[in-house]
Design a protein around this ligand. Structure first.
Ligand SMILES: NC(=O)c1ccc[n+]([C@@H]2O[C@H](COP(=O)([O-])OP(=O)(O)OC[C@H]3O[C@@H](n4cnc5c(N)ncnc54)[C@H](O)[C@@H]3O)[C@@H](O)[C@H]2O)c1
Length: 347
């Protein structure tokens, strides 16, 4: 990046658990951006984020929007708050970045997409796993058509979230602000099915709250039929004893079989194709040890966001792309609730 480029000014809201990944990523990219304001209703958290970044501290979101001169508003509050906060930022002509999921229902996701379109601002939804070295390699194999026809695509998210995790904040596991294992923890994995294989045409799901004291599910299985005829599944539980065990994606095609696994798609566990490609040389070096299941993807995600705002790149995950995984998850919830097969797109 040339020295003359103007720094992108960011106002950040929601200084909780995932905020560290955001703030540290932006600090690492301080040649490209400046965090000018941080906000949390919890003053201590906001102050801590302010101390880290040197940004002005707010406890009221609308005041931050009114008083801070920023190009981008970055939102990491409870999921159900993302769309409304995003709409308010868009109405003030700010670009919007929201943590996943962008919303927990389609109407408010659509309102957010529309508000960004109407106000001529960009909408980014954090899907940092797409930027894992392992996933980039897999996406490259798909784009080069190395699998031939893809027959099956399966994801497993066998993690552990103890009751104390849900008790940490009242929004966790509620239908009003969060959702369960599918909407929260598995959403990146469901996104990767769409990203790798394409639109989903039908889902059948079973979900249950087997052990945690939450409204939404701690465990679910979903069978999927893709629009291109491939068949797939999502298996997710937050009850794995005694800790996170597996986060994986398996693709089975006519001419290739790949499993990206490890705790959070951080290791190529199997890589086999009929035909050689130079990508095969990178299998070993793209494995990495993640610090946690969130990985290292927020920084490259922000790099892409800043490049997209400067007009130098296409967004990695824009609003309409973020809506895709949301729709699959909502179809799965409808199927589990009504005991029926659900066709997409949803009405
Ligand atoms: N990309 C990822 O891998 C990843 C990982 C974890 C969480 N997330 C997402 O990030 C979001 C936040 O998750 P978390 O685990 O950090 O939650 P958290 O509860 O730890 O943090 C949320 C913060 O938002 C603040 N907040 C709530 N309402 C507010 C309001 N009206 N104005 C200002 N601040 C407000 C809370 O005080 C809290 O500090 C969720 O949507 C979650 O799905 C994404």
């Amino acid at each position: 990046m040339g020295k003359h480029k103007k720094k992108i000014k960011v106002a950040f809201v929601g200084c909780g658990r995932i905020s560290r990944n955001h703030l540290e990523s932006m600090l690492a990219l301080k040649k490209e951006c400046e965090v000018v304001a941080v906000c949390d209703v919890d003053r201590e958290r906001a102050k801590m984020a302010g101390g880290k970044t040197g940004a002005e501290v707010f406890t009221d979101y609308d005041r931050m929007l009114a008083e801070s001169d920023c190009d981008l508003v970055s939102i990491a509050t409870p999921s159900g708050l993302h769309p409304d906060m995003g709409v308010r930022a868009a109405e003030r002509g700010r670009h919007v970045l929201t943590e996943k999921p962008m919303a927990i229902d389609l109407d408010s996701a659509d309102r957010l997409i529309e508000a960004c379109d109407d106000n001529g601002v960009m909408l980014f939804v954090v899907k940092q796993n797409r930027l894992n070295a392992t996933m980039r390699l897999l996406k490259s194999a798909v784009d080069k058509k190395r699998f031939g026809k893809i027959y099956c695509a399966h994801v497993n998210v066998f993690w552990q979230r103890p009751q104390s995790y849900y008790d940490m904040a009242p929004w966790r596991g509620t239908w009003a602000l969060d959702g369960g294992a599918l909407m929260n923890q598995a959403s990146h994995y469901i996104d990767s099915l769409y990203w790798l294989v394409g639109d989903v045409a039908e889902v059948v799901a079973i979900a249950g709250t087997l052990a945690r004291k939450t409204e939404a599910e701690d465990t679910a299985s979903v069978a999927l039929k893709f629009a291109n005829g491939a068949i797939g599944s999502v298996n997710a539980t937050m009850l794995t004893y005694p800790k996170n065990f597996e986060g994986s994606v398996v693709l089975l095609g006519e001419k290739g079989t790949v499993k990206i696994g490890g705790m959070a798609i951080n290791r190529v566990e199997h890589w086999e194709f009929a035909d050689y490609d130079d990508d095969d040389k990178f299998i070993e070096q793209c494995n990495y040890a993640p610090p946690n299941v969130y990985g290292f993807g927020h920084q490259p995600y922000y790099e892409n966001v800043f490049a997209a705002i400067r007009g130098e790149a296409q967004p990695e995950t824009a609003g309409r792309d973020g809506r895709k995984s949301l729709e699959i998850i909502l179809a799965a919830y409808k199927s589990a609730k009504d005991g029926v097969k659900v066709a997409l797109p949803l009405d």
